[in-house]
Ligand binder design. Structure first.
Ligand code: ATP
Length: 433
């Protein structure tokens, strides 16, 4: 399938099946903002839960946090964002559109061919005002990254969990960036959800832990089913590192529009804690077993949920030629597929089948996200569920009434097997661990 064609198909599938809608669509939309529909919200929640389970709950040395979106504005002075969180831009003198310098191929406007201004620095943070008066003194920002909330609470967490190094604090939450260049669907948004881990280590051990996280994070994507050939590391050259970073490596995915950053892994050194200590006048050092106090180094794997959603949809989308029609399948790992199981009565006009199927449906619903489908013939229902990425379909037929077994059909292999109703939960559970 032509790459651009694939992207168009994903955008259309997302709208048609309720994964992603343009935000404020009835008013013509709003650039860089997207809403997640009934299937999209499930997919997103499953990705976040899987990240939380693997990065926080199954690790002894990582705890979670949920901090506010708006911080004291001094935070952004200390973090360097007020000064340095900028994109160098050039504006078209004719159509007034702005473009990132690193994305301009020629010395003229890519849209209308007009002349461009000199380079200007543009801060990506959204401003807002606290209280009723719109004065500079009340100015605050929507966070462009979630990690500052972690640094602000560093001492609070130390006091409550008394950790040893290395240890991590993780957070999932909204981030906001007034991006200038949009496009590529949900790849670059102005409002998005970040999953960030700040992993505190002894200075001097930072390079070792950096390599550890590179491997762990790459493995995470492979475990979710992304093909190795579509993933690679990109080492940022020293001269283009962010102001806080000693080393940054991106995990890139081969999107239809080219290789692009899926996740960034940065060695933030002791930059943030040191600066917050300086600006706040508080002691933010870690005290080790020997009573020695120092600022730990920080390794940060950071990723936006929307980019994972896009990568997984692209990765999972398949068109298979059948005898009569093309089968569209969204082959998502069952751990993150929006709907795990769909239950069908073989015929929609047989009360005894409906009754039995409804019982199974209600029972499974308490454990897994389960759908009910009785519209059209079984073939149509399979197609509908395949396209939504539903992992398994259950059909209740006349044999079910006699022997209490159902047909379970696997989305990817299309293999069908008879399974006893009382074994269904175990059957799915073992595949979802
Ligand atoms: P890019 O160069 O693509 O703008 P970045 O280097 O500015 O990204 P980071 O600051 O490293 O991004 O942010 C960490 C992660 O957050 C990224 O790897 C990406 O997954 C996600 N992310 C950043 N900006 C956006 C955005 N505008 N929309 C969606 N996700 C984003």
């Amino acid at each position: 399938m032509a790459e651009q064609n694939l992207m168009e198909k994903i955008v259309s599938l997302c709208k048609r099946r309720g994964f992603v809608f343009p935000s404020s669509e009835i008013y013509g939309g709003i650039g860089g903002f997207w809403d997640f529909g009934p299937l999209g919200v499930e997919l997103k929640n499953n990705i976040k839960s899987w990240w939380w389970k693997t990065m926080v709950q199954t690790r002894d040395e990582v705890v979670g946090l949920d901090t506010t979106i708006i911080h004291n504005p001094k935070v952004w002075e200390a973090s360097g964002h007020t000064l340095s969180f900028t994109d160098p831009l050039r504006e078209c003198k004719s159509c007034h559109k702005r473009f990132r310098v690193d994305q301009l191929e020629k010395d003229q406007c890519p849209e209308c061919g007009g002349k461009l201004t000199e380079v200007k620095q543009f801060n990506l943070m959204f401003e807002t005002f606290i209280g009723s008066a719109k004065e500079t003194a009340n100015k605050a920002y929507l966070r462009p990254e979630t990690c500052q909330g972690i640094f602000l609470n560093f001492v609070n967490v130390l006091d409550t969990v008394q950790p040893k190094l290395p240890f991590g604090i993780a957070q999932i939450g909204k981030g906001f960036r007034n991006e200038v260049t949009l496009g590529n669907f949900i790849f670059r948004d102005r409002e998005f959800e970040m999953m960030e881990l700040e992993y505190f280590v002894k200075p001097g051990e930072d390079e070792k832990w950096f390599d550890y996280w590179l491997k762990e994070r790459m493995k995470w994507y492979l475990d979710l089913g992304i093909d190795k050939k579509n993933l690679r590391f990109f080492e940022h050259p020293k001269k283009s590192l962010a102001h806080y970073s000693k080393r940054t490596v991106d995990i890139e995915y081969k999107f239809p529009f080219g290789w692009a950053e899926l996740e960034g892994i940065a060695n933030r050194t002791d930059f943030d804690l040191k600066n917050h200590a300086k600006f706040s006048g508080k002691d933010l050092r870690f005290q080790d077993e020997k009573g020695e106090k120092f600022f730990p180094y920080v390794i940060e794997p950071s990723v936006g949920v929307e980019r994972i959603v896009l990568a997984l949809l692209l990765e999972g989308y398949q068109e298979q030629k059948g005898k009569e029609e093309i089968r569209v399948v969204l082959s998502l790992n069952p751990k993150i597929s929006p709907v795990k199981v769909a239950v069908f009565p073989l015929l929609a006009n047989k009360p005894e089948l409906i009754k039995m199927a409804k019982e199974i449906y209600q029972d499974l619903k308490t454990c897994f996200n389960t759908a009910w489908d009785d519209i059209g013939n079984i073939g149509k229902r399979y197609r509908r569920q395949d396209e939504a990425g539903t992992s398994w379909c259950i059909t209740v037929d006349f044999d079910t009434l006699k022997d209490k077994t159902v047909t379970v059909r696997d989305r990817d292999t299309m293999k069908q097997e008879r399974i006893a109703i009382d074994k269904l939960k175990d059957f799915f559970q073992t595949k979802l661990i």
